[in-house]
Design a protein around this ligand. Structure first.
Ligand SMILES: Cc1cc2nc3c(=O)[nH]c(=O)nc-3n(C[C@H](O)[C@H](O)[C@H](O)COP(=O)(O)OP(=O)(O)OC[C@H]3O[C@@H](n4cnc5c(N)ncnc54)[C@H](O)[C@@H]3O)c2cc1C
Length: 376
């Protein structure tokens, strides 16, 4: 029986494990390893921040994982040897016939001097909880949202943050006393299509949020409450919210799989240069948006091709980088970006909504995955 070892139980890892379980439960043994004891949707960080939720309320414990043929191990991966397909953790080691790296992206907070002391972030669960607790003491002034590097997860998330922050400040009666400005290296909010960017800019402008593109905050000066830009310009703030610099997890960097920063894979099959070692999700080097829906789509391709191979059928499916990503526009309305990065001659994306109906669809998206990934 083949042993498939999946590193990381996020969007990519859970999708792959559930697909293999559904199709081949009695023909493969699947081990999934993660350092956390539960899964949290990326968008649940917005619920922590703006709906006052605690991390435990939005986390789905891995102890609920009940997929035939799948064993979950709550362990920290300390070494990956892709040539030998051997994985070491803080509790043991695993030899894989097929190894899949789905370890996502980590944040390098210290890469931006002054950020840890002087800024807030909502990209991590702990950061979202800290920011949730800090917001009530903000009573007006300038909020600066800075995208500190590219690539970063979920390209619309900085703008969702701005829309929801706007709503909260309106509700608290301090929006008129607050200026919100976004400073980002991208020339437009979502560079994949000018049309989608225009819609974002129109929605930001309607709320009085300024977008300053092609500029990057490289440092914070917390005593002066100023952000320093690449060209030396200093921008004052009262509250700084940063989208942190992203990196592969240290264990991936040390494995030699990510020599150019992210894991190189064949774009069609997601196989690394090492035979039977695949990588999916945020950890890969494909130049396209990093988001859960794309990690899930990539895992689906690897699953289909593995299932076909293990059944002795010809495998055909190519990764197209497709996915529909929901995004919060505030006021209970949600939009959907339908994207396909690799399937055609150029990346394509279109925005549907925002509407109240799509907010219902987003809830269904989450509950369908919970059932599919964790079992009934
Ligand atoms: C605020 C915010 C909003 C978002 N909204 C959306 C959205 O609406 N739609 C969407 O599609 N995406 C969204 N995302 C992005 C989405 O969360 C990620 O892109 C997605 O989770 C990536 O999936 P993945 O499987 O590659 O990695 P992850 O889901 O990050 O999973 C990686 C797993 O690897 C584990 N891991 C890492 N290192 C180790 C180690 N050494 N040992 C053991 N385990 C380890 C981690 O614990 C983690 O569980 C959002 C992100 C943020 C921050």
């Amino acid at each position: 029986m083949k042993h498939v070892v999946i590193l990381g139980a996020g969007f990519g890892g859970l999708e792959l494990a559930s697909r293999l379980s559904d199709a081949l439960a009695d023909q493969v043994r699947v081990t999934v390893i993660d350092q956390n004891d539960g899964f949290t949707f990326g968008f649940s960080k917005l619920a922590i921040l703006f709906e006052g939720k605690d991390a435990a309320e939005v986390q789905i414990p891995y102890s609920e994982l009940a997929k035939p043929g799948v064993e979950f191990r709550w362990e920290r991966i300390t070494a990956i040897d892709p040539a030998a397909r051997r994985v070491t953790t803080d509790r043991g080691s695993y030899d894989a016939d097929i190894l899949v790296v789905a370890l996502g992206a980590d944040y390098d907070i210290d890469a931006t001097p002054g950020f840890a002391e002087g800024g807030l972030e909502y990209y991590s669960i702990a950061g979202a909880e800290r920011m949730r607790d800090a917001l009530p003491s903000f009573t007006g002034g300038t909020i600066l949202i800075g995208v500190l590097g590219q690539p970063f997860k979920c390209p619309p998330a900085p703008f969702e943050g701005a829309f929801l922050l706007h709503d909260q400040l309106v509700e608290r009666g301090i929006r008129d006393a607050t200026e919100i400005r976004i400073i980002a290296p991208m020339s437009a909010p979502v560079p994949i299509t000018p049309a989608v960017s225009q819609q974002f800019l129109a929605e930001l402008t309607a709320r009085g949020v300024e977008y300053v593109g092609q500029k990057q905050v490289v440092e914070l000066d917390p005593p002066a409450k100023e952000a320093v830009l690449e060209d030396g310009e200093r921008v004052p703030y009262d509250l700084f919210v940063g989208i942190p610099i992203h990196r592969v997890p240290a264990v991936v960097a040390e494995s030699g799989l990510a020599e150019n920063g992210w894991v190189a894979v064949d774009r069609d099959t997601l196989m690394t240069p090492f035979p039977d070692v695949y990588a999916v999700g945020d950890v890969v080097a494909i130049p396209m948006a990093k988001a859960g829906v794309f990690a899930e789509n990539a895992a689906g391709v690897v699953a289909d091709n593995l299932i076909a191979r293990l059944r002795g059928e010809a495998s055909e499916r190519r990764y197209e980088g497709e996915g529909n990503c929901y995004l919060e526009f505030g006021g209970g309305r949600v939009a959907k970006v339908e994207a396909n990065f690799l399937g055609g001659p150029a990346p394509m994306a279109q925005l549907v909504g925002p509407t109240a109906e799509l907010a219902v669809d987003k809830k269904a998206f989450a509950s369908e995955r919970r059932t599919r990934w964790f079992g009934a």
